[in-house]
Design a protein around this ligand. Structure first.
Ligand code: DP6
Length: 327
């Protein structure tokens, strides 16, 4: 019998309302719902070929062993047992942005891996089912499956914790201008961070207000209300980082230029520019602005000391399978 293969592509995403902390560590059920936009052009492209004698992983052309391979094999185990797939897979993935440095590399990677694995097995699933399966690999990967602006419902079990698009990619001209200050892989991944979130005295307060922030943020997107959007997005990011910094042991993702950029963004907004910041689990700063201001924001960021690169991403589309068949 021929081996079946497929290639999947998925964009990274940036959360406006963050996922931080889990109610179920095995299923990656989050303690609160979250909201994001996909990042067009910052993607992972992953090929999966079933019918192998062992799972293998090549990442950006380098054969992987240890933790990265274990994490992929663990996700393949979940897909095998839930979908009745037999045999092992050869996985090869490339991404065109720095992995593990505050641009959700695991989101793009596990979304692409999930859609490719399912297609290569010749199985057809709904988008909702694909988002739930992607979540098992990496929580935020669930949000990289649907297009545009996406909500991930926290849910209480595998079936009810899924993501869906609430506004199309062209619903609002928001652009993420990412100030990259370090391409180094972060010391503590989000996986460990989610487990220590509950040790912060601030986590309960963050979670208690999350649903209301999510409602406000969604409405601001529908209304193209940048002022409300900026306030709630920065507040939510600040709350998540406050939880990180007050967890035991604490997690400090910021570097000195991170704070310089955050302050500059607030100053620029006070001067009338429509821009706000948000950060994931890393030091790079995602500066969200309206499309017409992208050049101005990019130029201003490049002038700040410590900014080594600037990446620009519009609202991106859904994860997709770009080829599938027998090999
Ligand atoms: C800070 O999805 O990377 O980016 O489920 O362990 O893979 P795992 O965690 P992950 O956590 C992302 C956290 C965040 C905020 C967010 O994207 O919502």
């Amino acid at each position: 019998m021929q081996n079946r293969t497929a290639i999947g592509v998925a964009n990274a995403n940036i959360a406006f309302i963050k996922y931080w902390g889990r109610a179920d560590d095995d299923l990656n059920i989050p303690v609160n719902g979250s909201l994001s936009m996909n990042l067009e052009g910052l993607y992972a492209e992953t090929s999966v070929t079933w019918g192998q004698s062992a799972d293998t992983l090549v990442l950006n052309e380098v054969e992987q062993t240890g933790k990265p391979l274990q994490r992929v094999a663990h996700h393949l185990d979940a897909l095998r047992s839930r979908l009745g797939i037999e045999g092992h897979a050869a996985v090869s993935s490339v991404n065109n942005f720095p992995a593990g440095a505050g641009i959700a590399s695991s989101a793009a990677a596990f979304a692409a891996l999930t859609v490719a694995s399912v297609a290569a097995a010749g199985i057809s699933l709904s988008e909702r089912e694909l988002t739930a399966l992607a979540r098992l690999g990496s929580g935020s990967a669930s949000r990289s499956v649907p297009a545009g602006f996406v909500e991930w419902y926290a849910g209480t079990d595998h079936e009810t914790s899924y993501a869906e698009s609430f506004a199309a990619s062209d619903a609002w001209n928001i652009v993420d201008v990412i100030a990259i200050i370090s391409e180094a892989h972060k010391a503590t991944g989000s996986q460990e961070g989610h487990s220590t979130a509950r040790t912060s005295d601030l986590q309960d307060a963050r979670v208690a207000g999350a649903a209301e922030r999510l409602r406000l943020c969604k409405q601001a997107i529908f209304d193209h209300d940048f002022g409300t959007f900026a306030a709630v997005v920065e507040h939510d990011s600040n709350l998540m980082h406050a939880v990180m910094m007050t967890s035991r042991p604490p997690l400090f993702y910021w570097l000195p230029p991170t704070l310089t950029i955050m302050q500059a963004v607030r100053d620029w907004r006070a001067d009338g520019l429509q821009v706000c910041y948000t950060l994931d689990a890393g030091p790079n700063v995602h500066c969200l602005c309206i499309r017409k201001d992208v050049d101005q924001v990019s130029a201003a960021l490049k002038n700040l000391s410590g900014v080594v690169d600037v990446r620009v991403a519009r609202v991106g589309g859904a994860a997709k399978v770009i080829s599938s068949g027998e090999c």
